[in-house]
Design a protein around this ligand. Sequence first.
Ligand SMILES: [Ca+2]
Ligand SMILES: [Ca+2]
Length: 338
Amino acid sequence: MRKGISTAIVVILVLLIIISLIFITFQWFLEYSPQTQWELEKTLEKEGCLKIENIDINNKKITIRNCGKVELSNFIVYLDSEPIAHYSEALDSGEIIQISYIEEIYPGDHDIQVSSDYAEAPKIFFYRPPYFEGVLYLNFNEDGGTTARDSSVYGNDGTLYNGTEICYNGYCPTWVDGKPEFGKALDFDALGDLVKVTADSSLSVYGKTAITVMAWIYPRSSGETGYGRIVSKENRVGDNQGEGYTLRMHNDGTVFAKVRHSTSTAMAYTEVVSFNDWNHVAFVYNEDENQYIKMYRNGALSISWDQQGVGSVLDDTDIDLRIGNFEDAGRTFDGIIG
Ligand SMILES: [Ca+2]
Ligand SMILES: [Ca+2]
């Protein structure tokens, strides 16, 4: 009888252990089974959200935001489907971070995508325009030396001169601070200073249908003899003659531009500009505008007098371009350019 009871207890205990093991296994299965893990990830993905807030091509930074409810990490930035940056730290819900990259994004069509452990940012498509489509861009930001580098793809670098001499100490355009947002600039002394860019077909008006010339200037006066040059691509035949084009000061405080034609030169004057202050001055010549010149002062159309060009544009292909002076260096700008 006793033996029977003992056997029954052992059987019950064994059964209890088996039931417990089955229960624990079931619990574990519920918590860690591949099916549940998959479901958990599905939930995280459902609640995960990632957004590209900004693409800063100039400073090479992508700004992303965690727009979901779950923490995200392990970010990978893709440019045109190629990984270009990785960021492994976690980003809480609502947080924003900037991810830096070193790749150069060239002009053209591109897309950026960012992935993370539980969310992917929608792909952003964008177009980077060409760097600079003009033929000459001198920013005068070198702050030293005798070369002014051209930022266009044409390589029309300039050289600093005093008269016919390449610069030497004390008699040259001087590197100074420019308009605050535009770095350094060149100060012209109203006596011989100039920057010379050797003639190149890319710079001539001859054979083209339109040109635009513009500059930031800080004039102290109208310059040497009252006709200080800003940009001059003309040969030395009087102040309004000579093949080519010019943008220069005029002795009444206006700025003048011309494009020489065979019969009558296209000419125009702005209204008076400010001395001892920064002015943006520009002229646009376009054959389609009946060969008139349009002049701009601080971004607004500014014409106090103009004259239509008659005949054809004369050949200026072989004439060097100068900043701050003209061919024989007798029309020096007085002030800062750049
Ligand atoms: Ca500058
Ligand atoms: Ca000088």
